[in-house]
Ligand binder design. Structure first.
Ligand code: SF4
Length: 209
């Protein structure tokens, strides 16, 4: 049965324009808002289908992009699941003078073991990457993020982060204020890798051990 609401692809918030181009993901985070609701800021982010690249660019073309600080690939899914499409859309955005960021879980080296993803993102013009560090150690990470077949996701995510720094893109690690997460250890990890560090408030239900 067709959903009557096809889902939101572009949505403004905080002076930025956010792109929600997929609901696919490489993990199943216990804190994911998909578990509790269908979107943010009143936008339904559950897509009835993934939009084609041309559809996304057409929607962007109809926006007054000059009012936004940056365009951010984020939403209810992992944007780099559509790496090639992200690269195409990014090139279009850069040709229109925009600052572009990707919010990612950071499993790109596992998704694309034969590609230099950081280099490709840099070459396309990505300015900044925000990676969900999520935890201070592998045990907590695996419990919280549930990366399934990616048994070395925690180490691989940090390797990808190092690649981002080497490519001279702005990198931020984010964590949520969860009782299971050691904030200071996470902050030290960000310092060690050369990432900025951002703590986001968690407002969902308690997560059971
Ligand atoms: S990476 Fe993001 S979209 Fe994917 S399961 Fe985790 S919180 Fe949800």
């Amino acid at each position: 049965m067709m959903r009557s609401d096809p889902g939101t692809i572009l949505y403004p918030a905080h002076g930025n324009l956010y792109l929600n181009i997929t609901n696919r993901c490489t993990c199943s985070c216990k804190f994911c808002i998909k578990n509790f609701t269908d979107g943010v800021y009143g936008y339904n982010l559950i897509l009835s289908r993934e939009p084609e690249v041309d559809e996304v660019i057409d929607k962007l073309r109809r926006c007054d992009l000059s009012k936004y600080n940056e365009v951010v690939f984020t939403g209810l899914g992992e944007p780099l699941t559509r790496l090639d499409d992200v690269l195409i859309i990014t090139r279009w955005l850069k040709a229109h003078g925009l600052h572009v960021r990707i919010d990612t879980i950071g499993h790109a080296l596992l998704q694309y073991p034969n590609r230099d993803v950081a280099y490709e993102l840099k070459k396309a013009g990505i300015n900044a990457i925000s990676i969900s560090l999520n935890a201070h150690d592998k045990k907590t990470y695996d419990w919280l993020v549930q990366p399934g077949k990616y048994t070395n996701a925690y180490d691989s995510m940090q390797e990808f982060a190092r690649d981002i720094v080497k490519q001279d893109m702005e990198l931020t690690f984010t964590i949520l204020t969860l009782p299971q997460v050691d904030i200071e250890k996470c902050r030290n990890k960000a310092d060690e890798i050369g990432a900025a560090f951002r703590i986001r408030g968690y407002g969902g239900p308690d997560l059971q051990e």
